[in-house]
Design a protein around this ligand. Structure first.
Ligand code: NAD
Length: 297
């Protein structure tokens, strides 16, 4: 089976590498030349265009920034839809907007192919390990057909429901994660103001009831040691939060925290941080606090 892979960024590149290592033949496409050359060095075949990729691939995976890019790649001028052959399955593993996912799926179904959402969680670290969580939205029989391919990239695969359900769960999860991150930063700032050391606080929190992924992994690895290199951008985090908040508002859900969380993340993004790593939101809190959240030397 030849797999087409489009979008070789922070996540797509290591995921494509897992597929090559898993023995799949890969044809790849990205608007940037560098990752195409790097994938060619690993044995993948760069495609000169989306049409060329659609003609070569039996199955196509997308790992793009957002629904806008997904729609352009699938349905845009010179997009995949102009050259699909037979019943191709297109898997959108990006974090996209569920309503757009459903709309694209309907158009692709009319063309005789299948569109399914399968976004991922676990970040660059788990993408490199092939141990992502993958949440799938679509028909059970499509999931059964693609499961061996998904298992090359992830070790926890959940059928979330019909088309768009994977994207819905994914953005709700990221909103929760974004909330944990801010709550953890605020508690650390409060402790520092009361004379505590952040590393001592985390040592207690991480064996106590307040622990979460931000306290256990993100803050120690990307904030306290000042690397700010998680591989997940501030802009993508704000995109995910915006989708989640709009779904919550559409459903008139009684939820009060998302509005506040969203405002703080957008404030950080608008403060010239658009291209920075999402963990750099800690610098906003440090500016308010008047000191760094770093380990004492
Ligand atoms: P990224 O910006 O690093 O990579 C996106 C890639 O898509 C880039 O290589 C870019 O050149 C390419 N691209 C953009 N538009 C294109 C187009 N029209 N045609 C072809 N290629 C195009 O993003 P990422 O961090 O790899 O994230 C990808 C998706 O996965 C996003 O939806 C993100 O929200 C989600 N995600 C990211 C992480 C993470 O930790 N980075 C974790 C889980 C999910």
């Amino acid at each position: 089976m030849k797999i087409g892979f489009i979008g070789l960024g922070n996540m797509g590149f290591p995921m494509a590498c897992q597929l090559v290592e898993g023995g799949y033949e890969l044809v790849v496409y990205d608007t940037r030349e560098q990752p195409l050359n790097n994938m060619a060095d690993r044995g993948a075949e760069p495609a000169p265009s989306l049409h060329a990729l659609a003609r070569l691939a039996d199955l196509i995976i997308l790992m793009l920034p957002d629904s806008r890019a997904v729609e352009a790649v699938v349905l845009g001028d010179n997009g995949l839809s102009g050259a699909l052959r037979g019943k191709t399955i297109i898997i959108d593993m990006s974090t996209s907007t569920p309503s757009v996912t459903k709309r694209i799926g309907e158009t692709i179904a009319r063309l005789g192919s299948v569109f399914i959402d399968a976004p991922v969680s676990g970040g660059v670290r788990k993408a490199e390990e092939g141990s992502l969580t993958i949440m799938v939205g679509g028909e059970a029989e499509t999931l059964a057909a693609i499961e061996p391919v998904l298992k090359t990239m992830g070790d926890h695969i959940v059928h979330a429901g019909p088309l768009g359900s994977g994207h819905t769960i994914k953005v709700l999860n990221n909103l929760l994660s974004a909330t944990h991150f801010l709550a953890t930063l605020e508690i650390l700032c409060a402790g520092v103001n009361l004379g505590l050391r952040p590393e001592n606080m985390l040592s207690v929190i991480n064996t106590s009831t307040g622990r979460n992924l931000s306290s256990e992994y993100k803050v120690p690895n990307f904030v306290l040691n000042r690397t700010f290199n998680s591989g997940f951008s501030m802009d993508l985090m704000c995109k995910d939060i915006a989708i989640a908040v709009s779904l919550i508002n559409e459903g008139k859900t009684p939820a009060f925290l998302p509005g506040v969380v969203s405002q703080i993340w957008n404030l950080a993004n608008e403060n010239g941080k658009r291209t920075s790593d999402h963990t750099e939101i800690a610098k906003l809190y440090e500016a308010w606090l008047g000191s760094e959240l770093s380990i004492a030397t």
